[in-house]
Design a binder for this molecule. Structure first.
Ligand code: 5GP
Ligand code: ZN
Length: 113
């Protein structure tokens, strides 16, 4: 499968890591939209939020338990940060491997879109 985030997990494409454990990887977005812009992904290939189900939802819980730790390490937990996952074409999901954007380090827009 030709998935760039699977290649990042395998080390075939370099990335600047922010966090890693046996199940998930977090790395800095190549085109940051805020001073802190980190992507958190499961190491297994899940295409999008729309593919989360009973069999794979444990990793989602793990991702959301880890996001506050990553936020704290990057000192955005006090002032706040935004967690986004674009799902499908209308949402402009460009990489079809589930990822959660952590955005922070400045006042973000009030609008979501
Ligand atoms: P999406 O548009 O699918 O929600 O987000 C995909 C994100 O992945 C974009 O913010 C884009 O900048 C980032 N991205 C795409 N390719 C790479 C890459 O090779 N390395 C890194 N670090 N980020 C990438
Ligand atoms: Zn993948």
């Amino acid at each position: 499968m030709d998935c760039i985030f699977c290649k990042i997990v395998k080390g075939e494409i370099p990335s600047k890591k922010a966090y890693e454990d046996e199940k998930i990887l977090a790395f800095y977005d190549i085109n940051p939209q805020a001073p802190i812009h980190i992507l958190v992904i499961p190491k297994v290939h899940i295409a999008s939020v729309d593919e989360i189900n009973e069999d794979n939802s444990e990793i989602i819980s793990h991702i959301f338990k880890t996001i506050p730790k990553i936020a704290k390490e990057h000192a955005v937990n006090d002032k706040g940060y935004r967690v986004i996952s674009n799902c499908g074409d209308d949402a402009c999901q460009s990489v079809k491997h589930l990822h959660f954007h952590i955005l922070g380090g400045r006042q973000l827009s009030e609008s979501m879109a």
